[in-house]
Design a protein around this ligand. Structure first.
Ligand code: C5P
Length: 223
């Protein structure tokens, strides 16, 4: 029997566009590793803030990035990034990280520090017997895995996205982060050419998931 294919699914989109909820469900349905790269940028930002390394200080940034060790622990089906053996804390979803993460994420040295680590999640997924991975972020279909089996780009009306965050009980600077993420020079948030663009504004989570799942099922039967 031929070996089952290993599938890579890239899901990009702005803040609160529905990436996390839908990728977690897809991971469950198809037995995939779920990789939330936003949590990686958040964790790294919290670490740099804790070490008082300013985004405006390239030398200190290089020294800090060169000294840290990134490893992975599984939290259910999700990849959890450890920095020097430590998992992220709740502060990565807090106001301070929200306010700083897009500034650090715009710096090429910060993006380079995470590049190989993100691609290495394929090895993590294979080592744990997953049938593939679903990775969400801003540059997954454009930079990290441009040859992914499936590339989706989710977008939604900003008013609807603010409502979603409020319903989660979270304060977030969605519009400002999107502005910074879309306008940066390195790996900006954009719908990659050839990706499937889905407007989630008037769709339920189930409808968004089903639209992606139908496409994925052409290559990989549900688990
Ligand atoms: O996905 P989330 O909103 O948690 O991401 C937090 C921030 O991390 C984004 O606003 C963006 O600045 C950065 N990010 C990025 N590239 C990714 C994922 C996240 O620049 N692939």
């Amino acid at each position: 029997m031929p070996a089952a294919p290993f599938i890579i699914i890239a899901i990009d989109g702005g803040a609160a566009s529905g990436k996390s909820s839908s990728s977690k469900i897809l991971a469950e349905r198809f037995n995939l590793l779920h990789v939330d790269t936003g949590s990686f940028y958040r964790h790294l930002t919290a670490e740099l803030l804790a070490r008082q390394v300013a985004a405006s200080d390239p030398d200190a940034l290089q020294a800090a990035l060169g000294a840290i060790q990134l490893t992975t622990r599984l939290d259910g089906r999700s990849a959890c990034m450890l920095i020097d053996g430590r998992p992220a804390g709740d502060e990565i979803r807090g106001a301070e990280v929200n306010a700083h993460v897009s500034h650090y994420a715009a710096i090429p040295a910060v993006r380079s520090a995470l590049l190989a680590y993100q691609r290495g999640q394929v090895d993590v997924a294979q080592a744990h017997g997953f049938r593939g991975l679903v990775m969400e972020g801003r540059d997954i279909g454009s930079v990290i895995f441009p040859a992914a089996d499936f590339r989706f780009f989710l977008h939604a009306d900003p008013v609807e996205r603010a409502k979603r965050r409020a319903a989660e009980g979270r304060q977030d600077s969605i519009t400002e982060r999107d502005r910074l993420d879309s306008s940066r020079k390195t790996s900006p948030l954009t719908c990659p050419v050839g990706a499937t663009d889905i407007d989630t504004t008037d769709l339920t989570l189930e409808q968004v998931v089903n639209r992606m799942a139908e496409a994925i099922a052409t290559k990989l039967p549900p688990a």
